[in-house]
Ligand binder design. Structure first.
Ligand code: FPP
Length: 260
Protein backbone atom coordinates (compact mmCIF):
# COMPACT_ATOMS: atom_id res chain seq x y z
CA UNK A 1 0.00 0.00 0.00
CA UNK A 2 1.27 3.52 -0.86
CA UNK A 3 0.36 6.92 0.62
CA UNK A 4 -0.23 10.12 -1.34
CA UNK A 5 1.14 13.47 -0.04
CA UNK A 6 -2.09 14.18 1.86
CA UNK A 7 -1.83 10.71 3.46
CA UNK A 8 -4.65 9.07 1.53
CA UNK A 9 -3.77 5.46 0.95
CA UNK A 10 -3.35 4.42 -2.69
CA UNK A 11 -3.65 0.76 -3.53
CA UNK A 12 -0.82 -0.65 -5.64
CA UNK A 13 -1.89 -2.36 -8.85
CA UNK A 14 -1.42 -5.78 -7.22
CA UNK A 15 -3.61 -4.78 -4.27
CA UNK A 16 -6.40 -3.76 -6.67
CA UNK A 17 -6.75 -7.38 -7.85
CA UNK A 18 -9.71 -9.27 -6.37
CA UNK A 19 -8.10 -12.54 -5.35
CA UNK A 20 -11.53 -14.25 -5.28
CA UNK A 21 -12.23 -13.38 -8.95
CA UNK A 22 -9.02 -14.57 -10.59
CA UNK A 23 -9.16 -16.39 -13.91
CA UNK A 24 -8.18 -20.05 -13.47
CA UNK A 25 -6.44 -19.97 -16.86
CA UNK A 26 -4.66 -17.10 -18.61
CA UNK A 27 -3.28 -17.56 -22.13
CA UNK A 28 -0.80 -15.15 -23.73
CA UNK A 29 0.25 -14.45 -27.31
CA UNK A 30 3.73 -13.05 -26.66
CA UNK A 31 4.30 -10.70 -29.59
CA UNK A 32 6.62 -7.84 -30.51
CA UNK A 33 10.10 -9.23 -29.76
CA UNK A 34 11.31 -8.45 -33.29
CA UNK A 35 10.00 -4.85 -33.22
CA UNK A 36 11.46 -4.34 -29.74
CA UNK A 37 14.88 -5.45 -31.00
CA UNK A 38 14.62 -3.20 -34.07
CA UNK A 39 13.70 -0.24 -31.86
CA UNK A 40 16.89 -0.94 -29.89
CA UNK A 41 18.97 -1.18 -33.11
CA UNK A 42 19.55 -4.92 -32.61
CA UNK A 43 18.90 -8.24 -34.39
CA UNK A 44 15.56 -10.02 -33.82
CA UNK A 45 17.06 -12.67 -31.52
CA UNK A 46 18.03 -9.91 -29.07
CA UNK A 47 14.29 -9.32 -28.65
CA UNK A 48 13.64 -13.02 -27.96
CA UNK A 49 16.44 -13.08 -25.35
CA UNK A 50 14.90 -10.06 -23.63
CA UNK A 51 11.47 -11.72 -23.83
CA UNK A 52 12.62 -14.39 -21.37
CA UNK A 53 12.50 -11.85 -18.51
CA UNK A 54 8.81 -11.21 -19.26
CA UNK A 55 8.18 -15.00 -19.33
CA UNK A 56 9.79 -15.23 -15.89
CA UNK A 57 7.77 -12.26 -14.57
CA UNK A 58 4.32 -13.48 -15.69
CA UNK A 59 5.08 -17.02 -14.49
CA UNK A 60 6.16 -15.73 -11.07
CA UNK A 61 3.17 -13.35 -10.83
CA UNK A 62 0.74 -16.15 -11.78
CA UNK A 63 2.24 -18.53 -9.22
CA UNK A 64 2.19 -15.86 -6.50
CA UNK A 65 -1.46 -14.94 -7.16
CA UNK A 66 -2.64 -18.56 -7.29
CA UNK A 67 -3.64 -18.76 -10.97
CA UNK A 68 -3.95 -22.44 -11.95
CA UNK A 69 -2.92 -22.42 -15.63
CA UNK A 70 -0.76 -20.08 -17.72
CA UNK A 71 -0.40 -20.92 -21.43
CA UNK A 72 2.29 -19.14 -23.44
CA UNK A 73 2.37 -19.20 -27.26
CA UNK A 74 6.13 -19.70 -27.57
CA UNK A 75 6.46 -21.14 -31.09
CA UNK A 76 3.72 -21.58 -33.70
CA UNK A 77 3.56 -24.10 -36.55
CA UNK A 78 3.96 -21.09 -38.88
CA UNK A 79 7.14 -19.95 -37.05
CA UNK A 80 9.02 -22.86 -38.71
CA UNK A 81 8.95 -20.71 -41.89
CA UNK A 82 11.07 -17.95 -40.31
CA UNK A 83 14.74 -17.61 -41.38
CA UNK A 84 16.60 -20.74 -40.33
CA UNK A 85 19.03 -18.77 -38.13
CA UNK A 86 16.14 -17.32 -36.11
CA UNK A 87 14.47 -20.76 -35.73
CA UNK A 88 17.75 -22.32 -34.53
CA UNK A 89 18.40 -19.45 -32.14
CA UNK A 90 14.87 -19.75 -30.71
CA UNK A 91 15.31 -23.52 -30.18
CA UNK A 92 18.67 -22.88 -28.50
CA UNK A 93 17.07 -20.23 -26.28
CA UNK A 94 14.28 -22.63 -25.30
CA UNK A 95 16.73 -25.37 -24.31
CA UNK A 96 18.89 -22.91 -22.38
CA UNK A 97 15.92 -21.30 -20.58
CA UNK A 98 14.27 -24.61 -19.65
CA UNK A 99 17.54 -26.06 -18.34
CA UNK A 100 18.32 -22.92 -16.39
CA UNK A 101 14.83 -22.36 -14.97
CA UNK A 102 13.85 -25.90 -13.90
CA UNK A 103 15.05 -25.40 -10.32
CA UNK A 104 13.10 -22.11 -10.07
CA UNK A 105 10.01 -23.97 -11.30
CA UNK A 106 10.60 -26.56 -8.55
CA UNK A 107 11.01 -23.87 -5.87
CA UNK A 108 7.75 -22.21 -6.97
CA UNK A 109 5.83 -25.52 -7.18
CA UNK A 110 5.24 -24.98 -10.94
CA UNK A 111 4.40 -27.92 -13.21
CA UNK A 112 5.58 -27.66 -16.83
CA UNK A 113 3.35 -28.94 -19.64
CA UNK A 114 3.36 -28.54 -23.43
CA UNK A 115 0.79 -28.48 -26.20
CA UNK A 116 1.64 -28.74 -29.89
CA UNK A 117 3.45 -31.06 -32.26
CA UNK A 118 6.48 -31.45 -29.98
CA UNK A 119 7.66 -34.48 -32.01
CA UNK A 120 8.75 -31.99 -34.66
CA UNK A 121 11.17 -30.19 -32.29
CA UNK A 122 14.94 -30.83 -32.57
CA UNK A 123 16.06 -33.85 -30.46
CA UNK A 124 17.88 -31.77 -27.79
CA UNK A 125 14.94 -29.41 -27.31
CA UNK A 126 12.66 -32.44 -26.98
CA UNK A 127 14.96 -34.15 -24.46
CA UNK A 128 15.33 -31.07 -22.25
CA UNK A 129 11.60 -30.47 -22.36
CA UNK A 130 10.75 -34.06 -21.46
CA UNK A 131 13.25 -33.98 -18.58
CA UNK A 132 11.77 -30.74 -17.19
CA UNK A 133 8.18 -32.04 -17.61
CA UNK A 134 9.09 -35.23 -15.72
CA UNK A 135 11.03 -33.36 -13.03
CA UNK A 136 8.15 -30.94 -12.30
CA UNK A 137 5.29 -33.44 -12.80
CA UNK A 138 4.44 -33.76 -9.07
CA UNK A 139 4.24 -29.99 -8.47
CA UNK A 140 0.75 -28.91 -7.48
CA UNK A 141 0.82 -25.11 -7.96
CA UNK A 142 0.68 -23.27 -11.27
CA UNK A 143 0.70 -25.33 -14.49
CA UNK A 144 2.85 -23.53 -17.05
CA UNK A 145 1.79 -24.71 -20.52
CA UNK A 146 4.20 -23.94 -23.36
CA UNK A 147 2.58 -24.00 -26.80
CA UNK A 148 5.42 -25.26 -29.02
CA UNK A 149 5.10 -26.02 -32.70
CA UNK A 150 1.44 -25.37 -31.97
CA UNK A 151 -1.39 -24.21 -34.15
CA UNK A 152 -5.07 -24.57 -33.48
CA UNK A 153 -5.92 -25.87 -36.95
CA UNK A 154 -3.22 -28.55 -36.56
CA UNK A 155 -4.66 -29.52 -33.16
CA UNK A 156 -8.28 -29.67 -34.44
CA UNK A 157 -7.23 -31.64 -37.55
CA UNK A 158 -5.38 -34.12 -35.33
CA UNK A 159 -8.46 -34.52 -33.10
CA UNK A 160 -10.74 -35.06 -36.14
CA UNK A 161 -8.37 -37.74 -37.48
CA UNK A 162 -8.45 -39.63 -34.18
CA UNK A 163 -12.24 -39.38 -33.91
CA UNK A 164 -12.65 -40.53 -37.54
CA UNK A 165 -10.40 -43.53 -36.84
CA UNK A 166 -12.58 -44.50 -33.87
CA UNK A 167 -15.70 -44.25 -36.06
CA UNK A 168 -14.01 -46.35 -38.76
CA UNK A 169 -13.09 -49.04 -36.21
CA UNK A 170 -16.69 -49.10 -34.95
CA UNK A 171 -15.63 -47.81 -31.50
CA UNK A 172 -17.68 -44.61 -31.85
CA UNK A 173 -21.04 -43.72 -33.40
CA UNK A 174 -21.10 -40.34 -35.26
CA UNK A 175 -24.21 -39.42 -33.25
CA UNK A 176 -22.21 -39.80 -30.02
CA UNK A 177 -19.82 -36.99 -31.00
CA UNK A 178 -20.44 -34.12 -28.60
CA UNK A 179 -18.65 -30.81 -27.94
CA UNK A 180 -17.16 -32.41 -24.82
CA UNK A 181 -15.86 -35.40 -26.80
CA UNK A 182 -14.16 -33.07 -29.29
CA UNK A 183 -12.63 -31.07 -26.40
CA UNK A 184 -11.41 -34.36 -24.90
CA UNK A 185 -9.47 -35.10 -28.12
CA UNK A 186 -7.66 -31.75 -28.20
CA UNK A 187 -4.15 -31.26 -26.75
CA UNK A 188 -5.78 -29.23 -23.99
CA UNK A 189 -8.05 -32.12 -22.90
CA UNK A 190 -7.22 -31.81 -19.21
CA UNK A 191 -6.89 -28.03 -19.18
CA UNK A 192 -9.88 -25.69 -18.61
CA UNK A 193 -10.64 -23.09 -21.31
CA UNK A 194 -8.85 -19.79 -20.68
CA UNK A 195 -10.97 -17.02 -19.19
CA UNK A 196 -8.49 -14.37 -20.33
CA UNK A 197 -6.35 -14.13 -23.48
CA UNK A 198 -3.67 -11.42 -23.55
CA UNK A 199 -1.90 -10.32 -26.73
CA UNK A 200 0.98 -7.89 -26.64
CA UNK A 201 2.23 -5.51 -29.38
CA UNK A 202 -1.19 -4.24 -30.45
CA UNK A 203 -2.00 -6.73 -33.22
CA UNK A 204 -5.75 -7.40 -33.33
CA UNK A 205 -5.70 -11.09 -34.27
CA UNK A 206 -5.69 -14.60 -32.81
CA UNK A 207 -2.99 -16.14 -35.07
CA UNK A 208 -4.22 -19.74 -34.98
CA UNK A 209 -4.08 -19.95 -31.16
CA UNK A 210 -6.61 -21.97 -29.08
CA UNK A 211 -9.46 -21.30 -31.56
CA UNK A 212 -11.81 -23.89 -30.02
CA UNK A 213 -10.92 -23.03 -26.42
CA UNK A 214 -11.42 -19.23 -26.61
CA UNK A 215 -15.12 -19.31 -27.61
CA UNK A 216 -16.05 -17.26 -24.49
CA UNK A 217 -12.64 -15.95 -23.46
CA UNK A 218 -12.14 -12.26 -22.64
CA UNK A 219 -9.56 -10.65 -24.94
CA UNK A 220 -7.05 -8.08 -23.70
CA UNK A 221 -4.79 -6.47 -26.30
CA UNK A 222 -2.05 -4.07 -25.25
CA UNK A 223 0.38 -2.04 -27.36
CA UNK A 224 3.22 -2.96 -24.99
CA UNK A 225 5.85 -5.10 -26.77
CA UNK A 226 6.50 -8.47 -25.11
CA UNK A 227 9.98 -7.69 -23.64
CA UNK A 228 8.43 -4.64 -21.90
CA UNK A 229 5.53 -6.65 -20.44
CA UNK A 230 6.13 -6.43 -16.68
CA UNK A 231 4.28 -7.85 -13.68
CA UNK A 232 2.49 -4.51 -13.42
CA UNK A 233 1.26 -4.80 -17.03
CA UNK A 234 0.01 -8.30 -16.18
CA UNK A 235 -1.84 -6.97 -13.12
CA UNK A 236 -3.41 -4.29 -15.37
CA UNK A 237 -4.76 -7.02 -17.66
CA UNK A 238 -6.19 -8.94 -14.68
CA UNK A 239 -7.89 -5.81 -13.29
CA UNK A 240 -9.44 -5.06 -16.70
CA UNK A 241 -10.66 -8.67 -16.91
CA UNK A 242 -12.25 -8.37 -13.46
CA UNK A 243 -14.17 -5.27 -14.58
CA UNK A 244 -15.74 -7.07 -17.54
CA UNK A 245 -19.21 -8.61 -17.39
CA UNK A 246 -19.03 -12.17 -18.73
CA UNK A 247 -22.44 -13.03 -20.16
CA UNK A 248 -21.91 -16.30 -22.09
CA UNK A 249 -24.75 -15.35 -24.48
CA UNK A 250 -27.17 -14.38 -21.68
CA UNK A 251 -28.47 -10.86 -20.96
CA UNK A 252 -27.01 -8.57 -18.33
CA UNK A 253 -30.28 -8.86 -16.31
CA UNK A 254 -30.04 -12.66 -16.33
CA UNK A 255 -26.49 -12.47 -14.99
CA UNK A 256 -27.44 -9.88 -12.33
CA UNK A 257 -31.08 -10.52 -11.34
CA UNK A 258 -32.78 -7.55 -9.68
CA UNK A 259 -30.64 -4.86 -11.36
CA UNK A 260 -33.04 -4.07 -14.28
C1 FPP B 1 6.89 -13.13 -31.09
O1 FPP B 1 7.58 -11.96 -31.40
C2 FPP B 1 7.66 -14.03 -30.23
C3 FPP B 1 7.99 -15.32 -30.52
C4 FPP B 1 7.63 -15.95 -31.79
C5 FPP B 1 8.80 -16.13 -29.62
C6 FPP B 1 8.54 -15.99 -28.15
C7 FPP B 1 9.73 -16.48 -27.45
C8 FPP B 1 10.23 -15.97 -26.29
C9 FPP B 1 9.59 -14.91 -25.51
C10 FPP B 1 11.53 -16.49 -25.76
C11 FPP B 1 11.55 -17.70 -24.93
C12 FPP B 1 10.31 -18.33 -24.51
C13 FPP B 1 10.20 -19.23 -23.52
C14 FPP B 1 8.88 -19.83 -23.22
C15 FPP B 1 11.35 -19.65 -22.69
P1 FPP B 1 7.89 -11.66 -32.92
O2 FPP B 1 9.23 -12.24 -33.24
O3 FPP B 1 6.78 -12.16 -33.79
O4 FPP B 1 7.95 -10.10 -32.92
P2 FPP B 1 7.55 -9.11 -34.13
O5 FPP B 1 6.08 -9.33 -34.39
O6 FPP B 1 7.82 -7.76 -33.55
O7 FPP B 1 8.41 -9.44 -35.29
Amino acid sequence: MLFSRDFHCILTRKEQININKLPAHVAIIMDGNGRWAKAHGEQRIFGHHNGVKAVRDVTEASAELGINFLTLYAFSTENWNRPVDEVNALMELLVHTITQETETLMKNNVRLLTIGDTDSLPPRTKEELQAAIKHTSQNSGLSLVLALSYSSRWEITDAVKRLATKVKLGELQPDSITEQLIADHLNTAKIPDPELLIRTSGEQRISNFLLWQIAYTELYITDVLWPDFTKDEFYKALITYQQRERRFGLTSEQINPGTA
